[in-house]
Design a protein. Structure first.
Lengths: 441, 344
């Protein structure tokens, strides 16, 4: 005779013990609901909705990331940094298009003689004035921000991917593998990156970029074929030998010989693929097609990306290795091993998430340091060159006229300083939020 | 099935660790057998090699510094020690599962319960995400976690120690293993939770027919749970006997010392608790004789110079002692009281 009710939260059927029951506990989703027998048409109110109990607290799982986010929001400087960065990011991505839409000015627009305003002070038409060629500085600062931020972010992503996997593998495997891997890091560390950039730019920069572009398709195809061939060979090798136990000498010898043959085959495949791609002439036509644009200095920017990416992963690898070393003897790693998880799975599924706190902190601090390096190189004239702009090269242009036209230096400089400050504040805030033990205050 | 229902047989297992202090013989010639559906208790002080034995069975000894230098581990006809590591991984978690001592640290704090539970079944049973999730919920319900579905998406820090140990058990039993190794599963838990967890293991064992190896230093735990007990000391098996017999008529001075060290609130109020004198020996520098000689109250000259023989008392009862037979006779005389103790 008792009416069949369904849970208001999840719809599972609930049964009542007796007619006078006011509350019912859903065994499926554990929501507690009030039952009103007077009004059977609308009986389904949860405790909170009916106001019976205000203090019912739903158990809400707070993840460690959620907690960290809350702590971050309490830090005013970090929030300020986050807001400034968000605004800056917005301005830099869509700003140039809007500004051009309104005023018709682009970063490399030099007006015809009639309207030419060289080194004009800030005005309504030119909010940050113009430079010595008559280009609008505001448009150039926005455009330059794109390159500056892109350099920072791309290099950091490269350092994240390479550094985290390299450091994690070295730290987890330990022993002699770790030793060799970290010595390689030390060696690359010892090479002054400015020298690397200068060499790269003088070999591949300017007109020589054509060579690089001509080879680019071959290199890319070679890498893809190489990776694919190695994966396939690995899979095949496992299929062939996975079931055997490698106990006797003959079998081990056989494995070794097959391994060597496979390695040779993979290299031959890479070479052949690269050669064939080179023969098709794609590279040459590509170089011809893009050579005019390349000479405009874009190649310099990519070489800059490459050079900065080359050095920025080193410290990341060390940070991650240190973290993994302290984590790998924890019991949950042993527990994961005992459930049969592979080494790869343990490193990337169990250990890396645990090391992510310091990694995030370090990468937010890598972005400004890479941006600073880029500005430094551009300032020296090694990086971005006109008509392309970055904050560093704008500052370099501005500093020539600092006594007469100070806005040419002040605006790019202040914009960059603001961004770097914000990034550093955010990084500090993240460190406090993700690693509460190291808080000093 | 070979070996008349024996699921695990360990023969003369030796695991050594290379340290700066010399070679530590953590496990030095351990042998025991476990039949299907049986529960084996491994008892011993800290550092006696209990855990190393079982990590060796799972091939989980960190290498270097550890190395399994000899012996045989036969799991259901498979020679575990000479298996390639890929094959061992297929056994781990699927056919042999393990529960660890400290549930606070043996779950990954950054991963959801569901992620950790699903990983096992997706790995070994080839479950899809959906299947694995449902299986995980079912397993959490099996181990008695209320509100299992909403717990699945929680993190380990939201659970109490007992609950986490239940999650560990759920994880271990997900693939319906033939052998469950519980390495001090209740040491980090308080007494009421300890009883619940033991009851749970007992219940699951009888329902699923899993063989269990229970490692502990708590004699009270093994008394009610196991069919057979192995007493370990300094990397050697000191005594091996069916549970009842070991408690009633022990044939080894060390076992007797252990039994006397268990506090008995009914009789010994006010009196000083017995303790075995001295400390466990340094396994890196063992004396030539019996490793227990220094602490043994009946040690003779022969104990300090000659390694004791592994004496067979009866079919299932062995003891490593020069005077095993005498100790056994002695125990028999006082058997009623000792039996009463074991019954408690």
């Amino acid at each position: 005779m008792l009416k069949e009710l369904s849970c208001p939260k999840c719809g599972a059927p609930v049964t009542l013990e007796n007619e006078r029951q006011k509350l019912v506990l859903c065994s499926f989703c554990t929501a507690t609901s009030a039952v009103d027998f007077e009004d059977r048409e609308h009986p389904r109110l949860t405790l909170e909705e009916s106001g019976v109990i205000d203090s019912v607290q739903r158990i809400k799982g707070a993840s460690l990331w959620g907690d960290a986010w809350k702590r971050l929001l309490k830090n005013r400087l970090a929030v300020l940094g986050l807001v400034v960065l968000a605004v800056m990011f917005f301005l830099v991505t869509v700003g140039p298009a809007i500004f051009t839409g309104i005023t018709g000015l682009t970063a490399d627009y030099i007006p015809a003689d009639g309207n030419l305003l060289k080194s004009f002070p800030p005005s309504m038409r030119h909010p940050m004035g113009t430079d010595e060629a008559g280009r609008d500085i505001f448009a150039r600062v926005l455009q330059g921000g794109r390159i500056s931020l892109a350099v920072g972010i791309i290099s950091t992503i490269v350092s994240l991917i390479v550094g985290v996997s390299y450091g994690a593998v070295a730290g987890y495997l330990g022993g002699s593998i770790d030793n060799v891997m970290m010595r390689i890091v030390d060696i690359i560390y010892a090479i002054p990156y400015i020298l690397v950039v200068i060499v790269l730019l003088s070999v591949f920069g300017g007109p020589n970029t054509q060579v690089l572009i001509q080879w680019l398709p071959s290199i890319i195809v070679g890498i893809i074929v190489g990776v694919a061939a190695m994966l396939a060979a690995f899979w095949l090798y496992r299929r062939l030998f996975g079931e055997m136990t490698a106990r006797n000498l003959v079998e081990r010898l056989l494995r070794f010989v097959v391994g060597v043959l496979v390695a040779v085959a993979v290299f031959a495949l890479i070479g052949a693929a690269s050669y064939l791609v080179g023969e098709t002439g794609i590279g040459t036509s590509l170089a011809e097609r893009y050579s005019d644009r390349v000479n405009l200095g874009l190649s310099q920017i990519f070489l800059l990306f490459f050079a900065l990416g080359l050095v920025s992963w080193l410290t990341m690898a060390r940070v991650v290795r240190g973290q993994i070393l302290s984590l790998k003897n924890q019991e949950f790693v042993l527990a994961a091993k005992a459930t049969g998880v592979s080494t790869f799975g343990i490193i990337f599924k169990h250990l890396v998430p645990n090391a992510l706190g310091p990694v995030i902190v370090y990468s937010t601090l890598t972005v400004p340091s890479v941006m600073l390096s880029e500005a430094f190189l551009s300032y020296l004239g090694l990086g971005v060159q006109a008509p392309y702009a970055s904050w560093g090269s704008l500052a370099a242009d501005g500093v020539k006229n600092i006594a007469i036209f100070p806005w040419q230096l002040i605006f790019p400089g202040v914009t960059m300083a603001l961004t770097l400050f914000s990034l550093n504040f955010l990084g500090d805030g993240l460190r406090d939020a993700l690693d509460p033990q190291t808080r000093k205050f | 099935m070979k070996n008349n229902g024996t699921i695990l047989s360990v023969k003369d297992l030796k695991t050594y660790f290379q340290t700066e202090d010399g070679v530590v013989k953590a496990v030095d010639g351990i042998s025991f057998e476990l039949k299907k559906g049986e529960t084996l208790g491994i008892v011993g002080e800290s550092g006696s090699g209990k855990s190393v034995t079982n990590l060796s069975v799972m091939r989980l000894i960190p290498e270097p510094p550890g190395k399994i230098v000899g012996g045989e581990v036969d799991f259901d006809g498979i020679d575990v020690l000479s298996l390639p590591i890929d094959e061992v991984r297929r056994i781990r978690g699927k056919r042999i599962a393990m529960i660890f001592q400290d549930p606070m640290t043996s779950l990954n704090p950054y991963l959801k319960i569901s992620t950790q539970l699903m990983e096992v079944t997706r790995l070994h049973l080839g479950h899809t995400k959906q299947q694995a999730y449902e299986h995980g919920v079912k397993m959490l319900e099996t181990v008695g976690i209320p509100d299992a579905r909403s717990r699945m998406d929680g993190y380990p820090h939201e659970l109490s120690g007992g609950m986490r140990q239940r999650v560990m058990i759920a994880m271990a039993l997900s693939c319906d293993p033939e052998l469950l190794i519980a390495d001090e599963p209740t040491t980090a838990l308080d007494v009421t939770i300890q009883a619940q967890i033991l009851e749970l293991i007992k219940d699951l064992r009888s329902r699923l027919g899993t063989s269990v190896i229970l490692i502990t230093h708590d004699l009270g735990v093994v008394a009610g749970m196991t069919d057979k007990i192995v007493v370990m000391y300094a990397g050697h098996v000191f005594e091996q006997a069916p549970t009842k017999e070991l408690f009633a008529t022990s044939a080894n001075p060390y076992t007797k010392g252990l039994l006397r060290s268990v506090p008995d609130p009914a009789h010994e109020q006010g009196t000083e608790l017995y303790q075995i004198p001295g400390l466990p020996p340094d396994v890196a520098h063992l004396p030539p004789g019996c490793p227990f000689a220094e602490r043994c109250d009946r040690a003779q000259d022969i104990c300090r110079t000659e390694f004791p023989p592994f004496v067979q008392i009866n079919e299932d009862h062995h003891s490593l002692c020069h005077f095993a037979q005498e100790v056994y006779e002695e125990s028999k005389m006082t058997a009623p009281t000792a039996a009463a103790r074991a019954h408690k």
